[in-house]
Ligand binder design. Structure first.
Ligand SMILES: *Cc1c(COP(=O)(O)O)cnc(C)c1O
Length: 425
């Protein structure tokens, strides 16, 4: 059973100040989880989680994670600038980008971020952006090609993915960079997304640890860290068993001791770049039922839409829904829960068994804390909603205001129409 982290009364209290829809975040949940992640890898003295900023770039959230010594994983200028402005120092910023614009390497260099190169051809490009001298520590992203499978049937196709370098290229890249004065190296790979199995990190770590041993033999490079990246999933569906981060940490420790320790490489730091696992369960969209429609199917129209939470529309992703105040009611009605976009994919749920929904009911859309707000967009002139942080003591705080029409029109500001629109608002 999935339980909402907020009651109907609390949601109504928030809605009085901040009209629906809004995002709400569970501060205690995210803190407990960040602590559990730290503990799971405490066997590795250099361990650090670099939170994937793209999953949730809210500065208040990044600041909370910072208290647990998390760094940030960035792949754009904006993400780098937010991290820098929040006083993450260079060693706490991982720049794992791809198809990277010149000025983004320039900026990453300037703030001393750890640069994780996506391709061998980026060495010269990055060197120029860094003013002719590469940083002393560099990382390379690995793509083993082929197919990556786990025993529960999860499968991903690194061979079809645009990311990373081949085995041969990484060895070559290390040699080139050593000749250019780079002293310390990292290896990074992201092979499967949203893996709901404790097996993923251990299996990936095994591959990367073996690669590290070989690369060290072959190139003499000083390998300082191995970055297992993201991909640790969460149980979006109520019938799934959530990952256990303690078991995951232990699985990585086992292969570390099997592969790295005997090779004399027992000072390597483990890094992670989890986004989803750090935040998804601790954020939700709260939205109100505003219409019901009875045609060939039963529809409930809510005041949020795919522009607020895109995953169901683009991936057909399942997000559990709780009708607040009806947690214990029988789920004896079948609905499609829709937003207002002029796109038929704008459905938060299809043929979902839910309690009978009355107009005005509040729906809690679970697991939207990662790749939720941050994927939002302005299609159909829909605006981003507010983000609210719910504290353990029940108090709440706005951590991002809702967009206004003037935010949407801001980029019209050089044109006469802007003044007219301003007068409307
Ligand atoms: C998206 C991404 C992550 C985070 O992935 P999750 O599935 O949210 O854990 C980490 N690293 C890189 C390079 C990414 O692109």
């Amino acid at each position: 059973m999935k339980k909402a982290f907020i009651t109907k009364e609390k949601a109504e209290e928030i809605a009085k100040q901040f009209p629906t829809p809004f995002y709400v975040y569970d501060e205690k949940g995210m803190r407990d989880n960040a602590e559990a992640v730290k503990k799971a890898f405490s066997w590795n003295p250099g361990f650090r989680e670099y939170f994937a900023v793209k999953a949730n770039p809210n500065p208040f959230i990044l600041d909370i994670l910072k208290e647990y010594d998390c760094g940030t994983d960035c792949s754009s200028l904006i993400e780098l600038q937010i991290s820098h402005a929040l006083d993450f120092d260079g060693t706490h910023i991982m720049f794992s980008s791809n198809d990277t614009p010149f000025e983004e390497y320039e900026y990453a260099c300037k703030i001393g971020a750890i640069i994780n190169l996506d391709d061998i051809t980026h060495i010269d490009f990055c060197e120029k952006a860094c003013g002719g001298k590469l940083p002393e520590t560099m990382s390379c992203r690995f793509n083993p090609g082929g197919v990556f499978t786990l025993s529960n049937g999860i499968m991903d196709n690194p061979g079809d993915a645009k990311y990373g370098m081949t085995r041969e290229q990484i060895a070559e890249a290390y040699k080139i960079m050593m000749s250019k004065g780079v002293k310390h190296f990292g290896i990074h790979a992201f092979l499967a997304s949203n893996t709901v199995t404790n097996e993923y990190y251990g299996k990936l770590a095994g591959q990367l640890f073996e690669l590290a041993v070989e690369l060290k033999k072959e190139t003499g490079a000083d390998i300082k860290f191995i970055n297992l990246s993201g991909g640790v999933g969460i149980a979006y569906r109520p019938d799934q068993t959530p990952n256990d981060i303690a078991v995951i940490g232990e699985n990585v420790r086992k292969v570390y001791e099997e592969i790295l320790v005997p090779a004399g490489m027992d000072d390597i730091s483990i890094y992670t770049e989890m986004g989803r696992f750090m935040m998804a369960p601790y954020g939700a969209v709260v939205t109100r039922a505003i219409h019901e429609k009875h045609i060939y199917k039963e529809y409930i129209g809510v005041d949020a839409c795919a522009a607020n939470l895109m995953r169901p529309a683009i991936y057909g992703a399942y997000h559990h829904i709780t009708v607040l105040g009806k947690e214990d009611a029988a789920t004896d009605h079948k609905y499609d829960v829709t937003g207002s976009l002029c796109e038929n994919c704008d459905k938060f749920a299809i043929d979902r068994d839910l309690p009978e929904i009355e107009m005005g009911d509040l729906l809690f859309i679970h697991d939207a804390g990662a790749h939720g707000y941050s994927m939002g967009y302005n299609y159909n002139g829909r605006l981003h909603c507010a983000e609210i942080l719910l504290r353990e003591d029940g108090s709440f705080k706005k951590i991002r205001r809702a967009e206004t029409p003037m935010d949407y029109y801001a980029t019209f500001d050089e044109f006469p129409v802007y003044e007219k629109l301003k007068a409307e608002n």
